[in-house]
Ligand binder design. Sequence first.
Ligand code: 26W
Length: 828
Amino acid sequence: ASEKPVKAKEFDKELFKRSVEYNVRTLYRKNLEEADAQQIFQAVSYAIKDRIVENWMETQKAYEKEDPKMVYYMSMEFLMGRALGNNLINLKAYKPVAEALEELGLDLNLIEDQEPDAALGNGGLGRLAACFLDSLATLGYPAYGCGIRYRYGMFKQEIRDGYQVEVPDNWLMNGNPFELRRPEYAKIVKFGGYVSVHTDENGRNVFTQEGYQSVKAVPFDFPIVGYGNGIVNTLRIWDAEPVECFQLDSFDKGDYQKAVEQENLARNIVEVLYPNDNHYAGKELRLKQQYFFISASVQEAVEKYMRKHDDIHKFYEKVTFQLNDTHPTVAIAELMRVLMDDYYLTWEEAWEITTKTCAYTNHTIMAEALEKWPIELFSRLLPRIYQIVEEINRRFILDIQQKYSNVPGVDVQEKIRKMAIIYDGQVKMAHMAIVAGYSVNGVARLHTEILKTQELKDFYEMFPERFNNKTNGITQRRFLLHANPLLADWVTAHVGDDWITDLPQISRLKVYADDKKAQQEFMNIKYQNKVRLAKYILEHNGIEVDPRSIFDVQVKRLHEYKRQLLNILHVMYLYNELKEHPELDFYPRTFIFGAKAAAGYRNAKLTIKLINSVADVVNNDPAINGKIKVVFIENYNVSNAEIIFAAADVSEQISTASKEASGTGNMKFMLNGALTLGTMDGANVEIVEEVGEENAFIFGLSAQEVINYENHGGYDPMEIFNNDQDVRKVLMQLINGTYAPGDPELFRPLYNSLLNTQCTAKADTYFILKDFKSYAEAQKKVEAAYRDEDNWAKSAILNVACSGKFTSDRTIQQYVDEIWHLDKVVLK
Ligand code: 26W
């Protein structure tokens, strides 16, 4: 008999099945029939991990041998979501594994649902970090993600009586099959105490921190599997443990006290992710978290480099640090500290290396998000680091003086006031990141322009060559191939599967946009995905929705600038219209919301309550015959997002222009064939540029118009209230009990935020009423467009076809070419 030669790494179904059975046996002393769903998930994951570990070792060996330049992506957040399905996709083993499991009588989808999300992030910034890791591995670039192994990730949201309730996310409860504890790489991190200086035998000043508390940082490694290329990179997240060297038998009271304090420090430090998005709270524990993972990561990066090289001066030739917003910015001072205090470099030598190593990404212009630490707190917690920041600041102020002292018309004191790193009792992290970095980037073209011309104008004038744009992207592997298998197969059937690693190839779909058969197939797939979401909504919310209605979706963190309030006010307006004109020819619409509010954000939480209250009234009013349904999806997260994007017809991207740095949900909707209803903000601008205005619904003030109003003290919403009776009616309903029969005052704070009669300057800061009319008109166009099904299908297909630019593969390639200059590694 002739035997087909089997390639070494091809998927071996029988071997896989045996290893799942074996794992269930050794882990749980059970056979497959006896094991429960969670146990099967664990057994399958361990079997897959075995496969991954082989590649992981090969990759690290290749990196060792080739000694390429690598990036450390430093981030407080990695919003990874589930790993199993994604790993199978990237191993190109999804379908064979699904088949093998089926032969064992198991359903891969149900097994995947057993995995808790790794929700170590809030929203956009954390999910971007996760997409970047996927692209780095897929493109074959050596990269480490560096972060924190929070014991509790982003809280789970429950809706009780229409209100958000936060429930702890105990994601490690059943153990994590994909992680690897690496105690051999543990590091000590020091807090508090004081700095003492003495002169050594060479006449050098030596700085030592004394009387400190310390914590042991222990890394856990997660494999990051590249798509079909054998590469496996590492996400290294740090856990905190108490240092064990203390002698508790000593009866010295001070020692005992200190031992207990250190243990508490270790216990608290990685306990929980701060659930604030775009809001700086100034909490001491947050700064501890930042320094904790940064000190450990910087120490490891330097040690790893020194294991292979002998000249620390050339560190930046092999290593670059990307700082994901200002949260990891203490890395600058920490690297200076290590270079000077541990490697005895001079300030000038250390500065040269640091400024060639660190680069900074800005993700927001919201003023309340800027990190400014009080000097008292910063210097008490990080005394040596503070000294270094002071010296960076002192030298920077000298630079400002030198540059501007003789420039006519420039007020040097004013420049210092605006640009200093330490000013008015505060340490300004963004200023340090810009001064000590070689690159500053925004995350969409418009955002970067606003940074250059408004928010960071002075810095741009001083360091124009540092500023650059890197428009965000998303990974099509998770958000199309895994999330939407029907559409993924359809795309592949029409244009081949190159799009999986080369998304711009998806533009070959354009020729099908006018094809009637393709349009029907597309709409049919969309329908099936809507049925899947409808089923999810029925199971999770108990609400029945009609998959033939328009699915109009806004899913993202809840924030006033994202204007979920505009969306729900418009729903209230439509409901009024339907009640007043029952004969109205109205196309059925399902308004779907998903959003977590920061735990202490009053207006955000009240907006959730409002959405649910409107849903209660509208969904249960027989007079409108089910023409409007409102659904608030509980606990919006990465895994249900995958189901939601696939099912959307309309993508709500309605932030106040200039406020949303980029947005990335907008790209996920586009990739899945939803049409954007949005403002000219963030990456919406570039989405419309790619797909054409005729295939999107754009409304509202431009960023420049918003900025002009802001520079002139805002606008007067009362004028709109007085002259627009539709708006007035909706606003009155906020305070007359229409949606809160027992408590008419309930929504008063939202009403006040729009109209506050006491203080017009602070009313409607997000221009909701100003944009209302134009939004309502755009919504009318949406309805009209949806009635023309062929044309809608055409636009939807064009959205998919024009989404090529928005792959994170393109974003990462630009970071590599224009900032990091990494070496690509190809495995044989
Ligand atoms: C200090 C508190 C805090 C926490 C999180 C401040 C700021 C943040 C993040 C920067 C908020 C965030 O996630 N920003 C989002 O980043 C995305 C990725 O670049 C962008 O697409 C979003 O527009 C931006 O809001």
